[in-house]
Design a protein around this ligand. Sequence first.
Ligand SMILES: *Cc1c(COP(=O)(O)O)cnc(C)c1O
Length: 427
Amino acid sequence: MSRNAELFERASRSIPGGVNSPVRAFRSVGGTPRFVTRAQGPYIWDADDRRYIDYVGSWGPAILGHAHPEVVSAVQQAAVHGLSYGAPTEAEVQIAEMLIERLPSLEMVRLVSSGTEATMTAIRLARGATGRNKIIKFEGCYHGHADSLLVKAGSGLLTFGNPTSAGVPPEFVAHTIVIDYNDTEAVRAAFAEHGKDIACVIVEPIAGNMNLVKPAAGFLETLRTECTAHGALLIFDEVMTGFRVGPQGVQGLTGIKPDLTTLAKVIGGGMPIGAFGGRADVMKHIAPLGGVYQAGTLSGNPVAVAAGITTLKLLSAPGFYEHLASQTRKLTDGLTACARAHGIAFSADSVGGMFGIYFADQVPGSLAEVSASNIERFKVFFHAMLDEGVYFAPSAYEAGFVSSTHDDAVIAATLAAADRAFGKLGN
Ligand SMILES: *Cc1c(COP(=O)(O)O)cnc(C)c1O
C-alpha cells in the first residue's frame, strides 16, 4: 500500500473525510489524495517521495513558488520575536499602507485571518452601513462558507436562494438573491424590483471557483451603475484575484472601482490572513468607530503579516506580472494546441497567473456552461497527468495557478506529459 493511501486511511479515522477542506479529498475525481511532505518552487513532494509540478499553489497563495527563501526568512525572523501578541504592531500598519497604496479603491483596510472572515464581515458591514438587508450574489461564485453566502438559485427566474449546505436555515438565506454570472438583464430586473432594499452586490470580478470564468463585456459596469443608482455597495471579492491577475487585481484591469474589496490568499504569502477594505465612510461603521462588530484574536498576526509584506514587496519587481502572464499563456496555448493535435474538444483561458482548462469547444461564461463541459474526460486527464507527475486541481470546477518559478523547462515538461495524457483519452 502506498504511504499516501495509508495516511488517508489513518486520517479518515480522526478527521471527517480525512481532510480539513473538502476538495482535498479527491471526491470529484476519485482516487487517493496525495499527502504533501514538502514543497519548493513549482514542485510538491508526496508521502511516497514522488515529485509533482504543482498547478494548485495552495489554491493561489504560492505566487512566488513554494518556500520562497525571502518569505521563509521573513517568517523565521518574525517568529523569533513571538508568535502573537493580541496588541497592535507597526508591521500591521505597514501592510495596511501597502494595500492602500496598491489598490486605489482602498482608503482603509482591516486584517482578519481568512477569506471567509473577510467576505462575511464585508457583507455585515454593507448591511450595517446601508441599513438594508438584501444582498445579490452570483451562481458559481464562492465567497467562503458564511451562512448567507452558501446559497444557490432557487427555481424560477429571480428567486431568493436555497441553502447549499445542511445546517443553514432557509431564513438565513432569505435575503440573498442569486443571479447567473454574466446575466446583466437579471441584475437590472433585481434592482428594478428590490433596489431600495439591496445592501450590496458581492461578486468575484473574475470568477475562479467554478473553474475560470471571465466577466462578459458590460457585466461589471452594469453592477457598478446599478449599485450607484440604487445606493447599494459593490463588493469585489478579490480573495483569489487580488495580486494574482495583476498588480491591482481586477479593479486595476478594468478600471471599475468597488466600494469594498475582500482579499486573502496571495496577501499572506501562504500564511493565514485576510483583509477587507474600501471607502473610508463605509469602513468607519466598523467597531470601535461604528456599530458593526468584528474582531479576531489572531487578526494581524505578526508572522502572517511578515510573510505578507515580503510577498507584496517581491510582487512589485518590475515585469513580475508580465512574466507570470506570459508563462501562464505558454501553458494554456501549449495545452490547447496539444489537445487539438489529438482531436480533443478542449479550450483554455488565462489572466495573469490564473488559468482555466475546459473539455469543451468554447471557453464557458457561466456555471451552467462549465457543467456542460466533458467532466468525465477531465477526470481521466487529471489522473493521467497525476501519473505523469503533474498536479492539477482535483476538480473541473477549480481554476489553476502558475507561479513565477514555473520556468520554460517546467512548462515544457508539463506539455510533454499532457501530450501523453491526451493520447490516452481518445476522441
Ligand atoms: C478562497 C476564497 C474565499 C475563501 O477564503 P478562505 O481563506 O478559504 O476562507 C472567498 N472568496 C473567494 C473568491 C475565494 O477564492
